[in-house]
Design a protein around this ligand. Structure first.
Ligand SMILES: *Cc1c(COP(=O)(O)O)cnc(C)c1O
Length: 388
């Protein structure tokens, strides 16, 4: 079945007791056993819970995976995956990776003996040079955040497979509607469901999907042993949000395409980063591996009358009425932010400069409102932010 159908039906059946069409929220932490050790598949809700298992089954189907694992956050999922490795192992990771992933590798795992090298994977030669004999994992995030670089998942997986190294793809920005990394050779996919999968900015959660038997068995053990599991209520909300994933992502992407083209032609805009534009440096890879280019755009304004781009960006964000100035992304509402001051403030200024994250760079998560209202809002803020 197609994704549009799977998001609504996969893993879900009317409740056998009541006939309830929607998945019940089973809050019970423990389950009655007929006799010691003789239970109906559930004994304790950290180990397994009916609402969570339904979400995991649905999530697995969306990525074409055998197994799904739900976590309390995207970072909880990432941390649990990294516990499949051992001290002395080495990870090759994209250089423009989610800030929290960088922080886990640099501040949590490094002191525990796990080494990481951060490379720009648009250059496959640099990726090849980063492999060491002790490299045990490649961590790939595409499109990247906030520069929206796109990496060739199939090419990266081929290089890793030749060295017997598994690849984990963070598919949060693209969603399984836009790209399915397991079909391109990845061992596992990780999502922050906080973003597009839930899609309504009211859950923090994570998911991992994989068809690799050994990896999945280890992850199932670690999910229970480490215990970064989501509440049944949050699992219900993600299941509910997922039902509209296909229509939402389609609309996010259509709106973003309209705004990106309009921004690119606007006299007040210096640069636009959007995978759907022909001017995007990896546009050919985008066309090869993505069904739609997604709802995230980054851009740089031209300086206002005072010659200060960052100051104009601040005025621009404060002038908007429909866009909300906030971190996060992937909800139905349009959000806007300054990465250097907000989401990426924890990255040292010199690394931000290397990555191209100027102090005035603006990132938008395009919502599913009327694109006319979004464009009018941006247009009015261009006027008022110009300055003397
Ligand atoms: C938000 C995000 C994460 C982390 O997820 P949380 O749910 O906030 O822990 C990981 N990767 C990407 C690409 C993200 O956007």
């Amino acid at each position: 079945m197609k994704l549009e159908t799977l998001v609504i039906h996969a893993g879900q059946h009317p409740d056998p007791v009541s006939g309830a069409v929607m998945t019940p929220i089973v809050l019970s932490s423990t389950f009655a056993q007929d006799g010691p050790g003789n239970h109906k598949g559930y004994d304790y809700s950290r180990s397994g819970n009916p609402t969570r298992n339904t979400l995991e089954a649905c999530a697995a189907a969306l990525e074409g995976a055998e197994h799904g694992f739900a976590f309390s956050s995207g970072c909880g999922a990432t941390t649990t995956i990294l516990h499949t490795l051992r001290p002395g192992d080495h990870v090759v990771c994209g250089d423009d990776v989610y800030g929290g992933t960088f922080r886990i590798l640099d501040k949590v795992m490094k002191p525990m003996g796990l080494a990481a090298t951060f490379v720009d994977m648009t250059d496959l030669a640099r990726l090849e040079a980063a492999f060491r004999p002790e490299t045990k994992l490649v961590w790939l995030e595409t499109p990247s955040n906030p520069m929206l670089k796109v990496f060739d998942i199939e090419a990266v997986c081929a290089l890793a497979r030749a060295r017997n190294v598994p690849v984990v793809v963070d598919n949060t920005f693209a969603t399984p509607f836009a790209q399915q990394p397991l079909k391109l050779g990845a061992t596992a996919v990780v999502h922050s469901t906080t973003k597009y999968l839930n899609g309504h900015s009211d859950v923090v959660g994570g998911l991992v999907m994989s068809s690799d038997a050994a990896f999945s068995e280890r992850l199932r053990f670690l999910q229970n042993a480490i215990g970064a599991v989501p509440s049944p209520f949050d699992c219900f909300l993600v299941l509910r949000g997922l039902k509209t994933l296909a229509v939402r992502v389609q609309r996010h992407s259509e709106n973003a395409m309209v705004l990106a083209r309009w921004l690119e032609a606007h006299p007040d805009v210096a640069r636009v980063y959007y995978p759907g534009l022909e001017s995007h440096p990896q546009h050919a890879v985008v066309k090869k591996q993505m069904r739609v280019p997604g709802g995230m755009i980054s851009f740089v304004l031209k300086a206002g009358g005072d010659g200060d781009t960052a100051a104009r960006s601040q005025r621009f964000l404060s002038a908007l009425k429909v866009f909300t100035c906030a971190e996060s992304l992937g909800g139905v509402e349009s959000l806007i932010e300054l990465p250097a001051v907000m989401t990426h403030a924890s990255i040292p200024a010199e690394i931000r400069a290397q990555l191209g994250i100027d102090d005035g760079l603006i990132r938008i998560s395009v919502g599913i409102e009327s694109v006319d209202d979004l464009r009018d809002d941006l247009s009015a803020a261009f006027e008022t932010s110009r300055g003397a």
